[in-house]
Structure formats: C-alpha cells, structure tokens
Design a protein around this ligand. Structure first.
Ligand code: NAP
Length: 206
C-alpha cells in the first residue's frame, strides 16, 4: 500500500535567499568561526536580514554563542529531536524550517556549510560577499585558512543580478578586518547578487 506523506512543502513558499561571505577557495569557516571579521560586511548582513526570518544550522547557531540574532525570527536546524533554545524556533530539516516560515515573503539562509549545501538547489537568490586580493601572487588562503566551504555556483542556473562594486578593505575605518596582519593594501571585498535563472517552462532546475 502506498505510504501517504504526512506533510508537503507549501505550494506557495517564501523566496529563499542565501547570504554568505566567502574567501579564497570559497572558504567560509574555520574552527566553527568566520575566518575574518569584516565590520562593513556585518553591516550589510544586518541591513539585509533585519525584520526577516533567518535559518541556520545548529553549528552556526553555536558559533553565535547560542544567542538569537535580534529583531529577526531565528530558526535553527538540528537532527536532535529534544533540542530547544531560548529565543529561537527549532526545525529538524530545511523543509520544516521553510514550513515554519509560513506565508512570509522571503527568508534568509545564513549558513553554515551543511545548510548552504542543502539550500542551494532550492534557493532563489544568493548574496555573496567575496573577499579577495588584487595581487594574484599573494596566497590569500594561507592568510585565511579554513575547514568549511561554500559550494560552487553553476553558471547555467545563476545569473548576476547587478555588477558588484569592489571596496578596498585597507581604506575601511578602524578596525577594517581582523586579524590585523591582513590589513593589506590589495585586500578588497565585493558583494555579488545572483538570481536563479528560470527555465523556459518556468520550472526551476535543481
Ligand atoms: N562565511 C559565512 O558567511 C558563514 C555563515 C555562516 C556560518 N559560517 C561558518 O560555517 C561553519 C559552520 O558550518 P557547518 O557546515 O559546520 O555547520 P552548520 O551548517 O552551521 O550546521 C550543521 C548542523 O546543522 C544540522 N543539520 C544539518 N543538516 C541537517 C538536516 N538535513 N536535518 C536536520 N539537521 C541538520 C545538524 O545539527 P545537529 O548536529 O545538532 O543535528 C548539523 O550538525 C562555521 O565555521 C561558521 O562560522 C560562515
């Protein structure tokens, strides 16, 4: 006898936006922390997500000191059926997190690596802050080593929404980036916004 599903993803679901900061080799994390502190990108992240629902993996939540980010609905994804934390809603899968968001217009998936990998095939928008260095011979990965990475975007599925503006990190006001040894003249960041390409039939490719 066929097994009747107990739940379906809502037909009308929120727009799913991924927001991420990546370094060389698409590194995003090291030792369950960001490899850098970039205050201007933090400001961008705050502005973009304020007032919205944010969805994150349990490890990213731990990296935030197990505290909800204020003025946003926080949903934390874990496989632990008993987990509860103050100030956050708990989901046991990405689908459940999306269902919890209900009829909201847009949600932000804020990491980390495992949750980004799960969300990318169904995301509508991707905001990527990319940290780079103008000197192609400088080994930026040595400066920002990491153990967690963001998946590569497939150009067939994503189009650049608007050209990024490159911002020089060294010209930032104090403290531009930590660790301070990385206050290099050639260091920059730029924010890319990608939108998913729709197929002719209007279906989404995975
Ligand atoms: N650069 C950036 O923009 C950025 C943004 C966010 C995070 N990060 C970095 O990313 C790193 C953390 O990423 P991560 O990949 O290690 O961990 P993560 O994605 O934050 O969380 C992984 C956890 O989420 C839960 N989970 C994942 N898939 C699930 C599923 N299908 N169903 C139910 N629960 C699921 C599991 O929690 P349980 O083990 O509790 O079951 C899993 O251990 C840190 O270094 C952090 O600083 C970087």
């Amino acid at each position: 006898m066929p097994c009747a599903p107990t739940a379906f993803l809502p037909v009308k679901r929120p727009r799913i936006a991924i927001i991420v900061a990546i370094g060389p080799e698409r590194v995003i994390g090291q030792g369950n922390q960001l490899p850098w502190k970039l205050p201007r990108d933090m400001k961008f992240f705050r502005r973009a997500t304020l007032g919205h629902t944010i969805v994150m993996g349990r490890k990213t939540f731990e990296s935030l000191g197990c505290k909800a980010l204020p003025r946003r609905r926080n949903i934390v994804i874990t496989r632990n059926p008993l987990a509860q934390w103050k100030g956050v809603d708990v989901a046991h899968s990405l689908d459940e997190a999306i269902r919890l968001a209900g009829d909201e217009k847009r949600i932000f998936v804020i990491g980390g690596g495992e949750i980004y990998r799960a969300a990318l095939p169904i995301a509508d928008d991707v905001y990527i802050t990319e940290i780079g260095d103008q000197n192609p011979n400088f080994n930026l990965f040595k400066a920002f080593p990491g153990d967690t990475f963001f998946p590569a975007l497939n150009a067939e599925h994503w189009r650049l929404d608007r050209p990024p503006k490159r911002k020089n990190i060294a010209s930032d006001r104090v403290p531009p980036i930590r660790p301070p040894k990385l206050k290099r003249a050639g260091l920059y960041f730029q924010i890319f916004r990608y939108k998913r390409r729709r197929s002719v039939a209007g279906n989404k490719p995975s």
